[in-house]
Design a protein around this ligand. Structure first.
Ligand code: AMP
Length: 215
């Protein structure tokens, strides 16, 4: 299965990607995590990406496409993967379609839909584990010990781009650049829409059921 998780920032793509990849043993990648890893390692790419990410803009297509294609091509079996946060522009979607064209293309695009008011609440209260990337929420899903991840004891932090001014910009960028992908994938008959306003486990069960049925 080659699957893409599509949806606005805060829809729960990252949370679901971690759970589903784990349960179904799917190789997965988050383009945002790849950029954050580069930043942690202080690479040239990390420094370049930081200037876009901190203000909530997209990293330019050429750089992003190259980075994600490299990840796909380093997989032993590129027939199976889960992409979280890529593609985010039509150009990225076209590059992905082209890359996979000779091998049947993508199988499914799961569009997780959540209303804007809810997205803002989720993003502005979000805390992420530095070590394992598990997300928490200061009100709706607080960690047992303040500032410490329940899963791995890693330190929790608030992403720079979860601060209010960057959140506003990310939602705007999503509406302008990423939303057109919904029509793109709907046209190709690969889009499944999922109501992301329900609990994490209900959304997870629905995704797993869609994926196991379409195997
Ligand atoms: P995320 O962790 O998916 O919320 O991504 C965080 C940030 O990384 C985004 O706001 C962008 O600045 C950058 N980013 C992640 N994925 C992409 C992508 N596919 N295209 C361009 N920028 C991206």
């Amino acid at each position: 299965m080659r699957v893409v998780l599509l949806g606005p920032p805060g829809a729960g793509k990252g949370t679901q990607a971690i759970r589903i990849a784990d349960k179904l043993s799917l190789p997965k990648v988050s383009s945002g995590d790849l950029f954050r890893n580069h930043q942690e390692n202080d690479t040239d790419l990390g420094r370049l990406a930081h200037s876009y990410m901190a203000r909530g803009s997209l990293v330019p297509d050429g750089i992003t496409i190259k980075m994600v294609m490299e990840w796909i091509n380093t997989q032993n079996n590129s027939k199976t993967f889960l992409l979280d946060g890529f593609p985010r522009t039509l150009l990225q979607a076209e590059a992905l379609d082209k890359e996979l064209n000779f091998d049947g293309g993508l199988d499914l695009v799961l569009y997780i839909k959540v209303e804007e008011k809810e997205l803002i609440q989720r993003l502005e209260g979000r805390l992420i584990c530095k070590k394992c990337q598990t997300p928490f929420h200061i009100h709706t899903d607080p960690p047992s010990k303040s500032g410490i991840c329940n899963k791995c004891d890693g330190a929790l932090y608030q992403r720079d781009d979860d601060k209010p001014s960057a959140v506003k910009q990310r939602l705007q960028v999503y509406a302008n650049q990423t939303e057109p992908l919904i029509a793109h994938y709907r046209k190709s008959g690969k889009l499944e829409e999922i109501n992301g306003q329900r609990s994490v486990s209900i959304v997870e069960n629905e995704i797993i059921s869609i994926l196991t049925q379409s195997k």
